[in-house]
Design a protein around this ligand. Structure first.
Ligand SMILES: NC(=O)C1=CN([C@@H]2O[C@H](COP(=O)(O)OP(=O)(O)OC[C@H]3O[C@@H](n4cnc5c(N)ncnc54)[C@H](OP(=O)(O)O)[C@@H]3O)[C@@H](O)[C@H]2O)[C@@H](O)CC1
Ligand SMILES: [K+]
Length: 478
């Protein structure tokens, strides 16, 4: 797992590190690492380092200090460095070092002409002490940049703890961060570009947020052993779709078939269509006739009328893990009494998008999506997978994971149905529901990238890409 820490926790760790390292040492480590990355971006985009032109946008704090010191290091490699000073003051030691190394220093007013000729621009405007979007002077200069931007610690204008952007902000090619990943790096991938972490010796434990590594997913993915049969690996029940809309049933059941080797049972009005598409599925008309399962995936396309409500109430009353998605989420929001059927100790996973979240919570998720997911998890005593470009998975005990996607092709109709089939099958295999949800999100986005190959895709293609996604993840283990 990759750990991610809030800026408050980073500051505490920096405070501890400051106390035991010589003055200026942390910034030296940070800015040296930064200079290596700037040189790398220069080489990548121009083929050389020496003789190239770098412009530093330097704000008034230590973020600007990092940029100025990195500029001094780059001078030693023959780079022409110009610092454009923003704000009322500049980091004194950094400014002196850059000047000593032969760097040029100009005012914001003179910035545009230097920015126009830059090979790389460095965003040292603001770091973890940022609040709000870029101020007008910085915003104007940033809007002129055509060269690749290397952001120092984080792209300025993006909220460090939520990744929210509500005005002008820097869109970086690469973000070089120090000590530990901060929420912005996982929550605002399209603003950060490639994220590089430079170790400066901070000691941090108990991350505030986590992101699954491929290795975590590979290690935890259920694999049949020699003693296993079709029952022992977990039988998943799928209650989805309707006679008019059988697609949701086919996609949800199909994802469950493709995700694990266990058996899949289907219950609902689309039994014939499901059987025709997936002959291995045992399909019946009602949840009561479905037979024994170890978990339920309920909701996609079942409708929000009284019949759907009865289905949701029935599966919640079975004492089994449930993934409640789509219409099941709306039913729970509108008729919370269906939850009375649930034994509070049995796992429940809710998978709302922003609109369903609003129905469940009576308000929009807002810019702080991690807190939003945690609050819903507490309220419903359930794991909440909040869908969005970046998916957040929160558990009632406060654990939170983020899944940073690969591209945006997954925003296609039926994609959520596939996720709920995946998730249901992992619940049936007995996985911890928070881990199951985070793993399902991970495999879902990887399957999306495989299906899309940089072009539009469909949810059917997504289902068929699941084994390839699992194979590529598991190939790490061999
Ligand atoms: N501590 C360490 O160990 C290490 C820290 N390191 C580095 O220090 C960075 C944190 O530095 P920091 O705390 O000095 O503040 P920083 O983020 O530069 O902001 C400065 C000032 O900018 C202002 N400002 C606020 N919002 C703004 C906006 N939207 N647009 C424009 N300006 C805005 C606001 O001042 P104001 O103008 O409001 O008075 C604020 O006080 C960290 O990200 C990392 O790069 C590394 O060297 C490793 C070691
Ligand atoms: K920055």
């Amino acid at each position: 797992m990759q750990g991610i820490w809030t800026t408050e926790r980073i500051r505490e760790a920096e405070g501890r590190a400051f106390a035991v390292t010589p003055d200026g040492e942390l910034m030296r480590r940070a800015s040296f690492g930064l200079s290596v990355q700037i040189a790398d971006v220069l080489a990548e985009h121009t083929g050389t380092v020496s003789g190239r032109r770098v412009v530093l946008l330097a704000g008034s704090g230590d973020n600007g200090g990092d940029a100025l010191w990195a500029g001094a290091f780059l001078r030693r490699r023959g780079v022409a460095v110009t610092a454009v000073l923003l704000g009322s003051r500049a980091h004194e030691a950094g400014l002196a070092a850059l000047k000593r190394a032969g760097g040029r220093v100009v005012s914001a007013e003179d910035g545009p002409q230097w920015i126009a000729r830059a090979d790389v621009v460095v965003d040292g405007i603001v770091g973890i002490s940022a609040s709000g979007s870029l101020r007008p002077e910085a915003a104007r200069l940033v809007s002129l940049v055509e060269a690749p931007i290397v952001a120092v610690d984080l792209p300025s204008g993006v909220d460090p703890d939520t990744g929210a952007v509500d005005g002008p902000a820097v869109r970086a090619t690469r973000t070089v961060t120090f000590g530990a990943l901060k929420p912005v790096h996982a929550l605002a991938p399209s603003w950060c570009g490639e994220v590089v972490l430079v170790d400066i010796g901070l000691e941090l434990t108990d991350p505030d947020l986590q992101r699954l590594d491929v290795a975590d997913v590979a290690a935890a993915w259920p694999v049949p052993g020699p003693e296993d049969d079709k029952y022992s690996q977990g039988v998943v029940g799928v209650a989805a779709g309707s006679a008019t809309y059988p697609g949701a049933a086919v996609l949800t059941a199909g994802a469950a078939v493709r995700a694990t080797a266990g058996m899949v049972r289907y219950a609902g009005h689309a039994a014939d269509v499901v059987r025709a598409q997936w002959p291995e599925v045992i399909a019946t008309g009602t949840v009561a006739d479905a037979g024994r399962v170890q978990a339920w995936a309920v909701g996609p396309g079942i409708g929000i009328g009284s019949e759907g409500r009865d289905v949701v109430r029935y599966v919640l009353g079975q004492g089994l893990p449930v993934c409640a998605d789509a219409d099941a989420t709306t039913i729970i929001a509108k008729s919370p009494e269906v939850l009375d059927a649930r034994d509070p100790d049995t796992p429940l996973v809710l998978t709302p998008h922003a609109g369903e979240y609003e129905r469940l919570m009576g308000r929009k998720p807002g810019p702080d999506r991690v807190t939003a997911a945690r609050e819903a998890a507490k309220k419903y005593n359930a794991v909440v997978l909040l869908k969005g470009h970046v998916t957040v998975v929160a558990a009632p005990d406060g654990r939170a994971a983020v899944n940073t996607p690969r591209g945006a092709w997954l925003a296609t109709p039926g994609s959520g149905d596939v996720l709920s089939g995946l998730l249901g099958s992992l619940l049936a295999a007995g996985l911890d529901p928070w881990l199951a949800a985070a793993m399902a999100a991970h495999v879902h986005s990887l399957a999306g990238a495989i299906a899309a190959q940089n072009a539009p895709t469909s949810s059917s293609a997504l289902v068929h890409a699941i084994p390839e996604a699992i194979r590529s993840i598991r190939s790490l283990l061999s």
